[in-house]
Design a protein around this ligand. Structure first.
Ligand code: LLP
Length: 421
């Protein structure tokens, strides 16, 4: 029976498949050939997948409301090529630091459509945002109000949103839950009225609305609705930024809500609870980029003691998520999908916690095999690091049989590039 698309879980990019010889194809390119050409580890991004998800968000809003914007929460995958593709798709951008702002500008985002976040923005970052003409700054705390007023001494008031925490929790890892009252982000519902009054009284700041973000990798819609209900008593504003948070499938058995259903839930709740005609902003990060990307590794060792340990040439330097959040990933031998050998997929780093997948069925894994882990586009490259002096992987974009390097692999010289002695 010829292999079909359905053999791949939904964690893979939309334009991936297994060919008649059982080899993984990504954006029209053979995964093992990509590994040979560009080396491993490597992040492989499907450009079509990225564009399709951006279009799905925009389309879902367009069919339900007139006044909206979809913002790429760029912390999920901050690199020029990704910014560029998403800017071309007509979406706007959220940045969480001066560094992300600088990358977003390089990637071609109109500064007027950039929203700047952060619970500890420095004066330098606020000045940079102001000088660059950032459209909106999202105010997080009282200290920042003072600091921003001091920076805005040169003319037009700065449009701002005020971040509030609705005290609603989605079911997700504590480390990525942000909507609780006792959060390092934003003003609690109890504190918000005073903060709103203070910003409304400022002649240097122009409060256009509220912002909230309850957390990330949320696989149900109810918390998003409850959060909208929770902020309703804070007043009537023209604009509401509802944050991101839509979860994605990391494995075949996870079933996240569809983008269209997530958007419908949010738009319907805003219309019902906050009233019609509101400008609705949404800030997806993970749901835009996670499934666009896979990571390719090469097996360096196969050790059998109590378990079978399959050691690859990457790990917690290119994917911190299993170690930080106990996130579960799938893995396969890229040209021999299937199971048979219960394995622990281990990274190359000098600590026992460096396990990429705790339990995975691989098909007779051998040294030299290329291993693929899907759904690494969100917060993979973003949180990559140089632990053990391991150079960070390249980002390769694939589309219709073409593959191009959009971030080159780090070199050993790069590792010493900032050393002054
Ligand atoms: N808006 C704000 C203000 C945020 O803080 C975040 C994520 C987003 C939007 C996008 O959320 P998303 O749609 O991606 O769920 N490193 C963690 C995720 C941290 C998320 C931080 N904020 C991880 O790898 O799971």
């Amino acid at each position: 029976m010829p292999p079909t698309r359905t053999q791949l879980s939904q964690a893979y990019p939309i334009d991936s498949s297994i060919d008649a010889d059982g080899r993984l194809q990504l954006g029209g390119c053979d995964a093992v050939e990509l590994a040979r050409e560009f080396g491993t580890p490597a992040y492989i991004v499907s450009e079509d997948d990225l564009r399709a998800r951006a279009q799905a968000f925009v389309e879902a809003f367009r069919t339900r409301t007139k006044d909206f914007d979809v913002l790429f929460a760029s912390k999920a995958f901050p690199c020029t090529a990704i910014y560029r593709v998403l800017a071309q798709e007509g979406i706007a951008c959220d940045v969480a630091s001066g560094g992300e702002l600088s990358l977003a500008l390089r990637g071609g985002f109109d500064p007027a459509r950039i929203y700047m976040h952060g619970n500890a923005k420095s004066v330098a970052e606020l000045r940079f945002a102001r000088r660059a003409g950032v459209g909106h700054i999202v105010i997080d705390n009282h200290d920042e109000i003072e600091r921003l007023e001091a920076v805005v001494d040169d003319g037009e008031p700065q449009p701002v949103l005020l971040r509030v925490t609705p005290d609603v929790r989605g079911r997700t890892n504590d480390k990525i839950s942000t909507g609780q009252a006792d959060s390092k982000f934003g003003f609690s519902i109890a504190q918000a009225p005073a903060a709103i009054a203070r910003v409304q009284g400022s002649d240097r700041l122009d409060l256009v609305g509220l912002h909230m973000h309850i957390g990330s990798q949320i696989l149900e819609l109810e918390p998003f609705r409850l959060a909208i209900e929770a902020i309703a008593p804070l007043g009537d504003f023209s604009t509401y930024n509802l944050g991101g948070g839509l979860g994605v499938a990391y494995t075949a058995d996870q079933e996240p809500p569809r983008i269209a259903d997530y958007v419908a839930a949010k738009v319907d709740a805003v219309t019902r609870v906050l009233g019609p005609g509101k400008r609705i902003l949404d800030e997806p990060g993970r749901a835009l980029v996670a499934n666009s990307t896979v990571t390719l590794y090469t097996v360096q060792s196969v050790k059998r003691n109590v378990s079978t340990w399959v050691g690859v040439d990457g790990g917690m330097s290119d994917n911190l998520r299993p170690m930080l959040y106990d996130s579960v990933y799938e893995a396969q031998v890229a040209d021999r999908f299937g199971g048979g050998t219960l394995s622990r997929l281990a990274g190359k780093h000098c600590e026992s916690g460096d396990v990429i997948v705790r339990e995975v069925e691989l098909n007779d894994p051998r040294v030299g095999d290329v291993i693929v882990t899907p759904a690494t586009g969100a917060y993979g490259h973003a949180m990559a690091n140089n632990y053990n002096g391991v150079p960070r992987p390249p980002v390769i974009m694939v589309s219709h049989g073409d593959a191009r390097v959009v971030v080159r692999r780090e070199t050993y010289d790069d590792l010493a590039a900032r050393d002054v002695e």
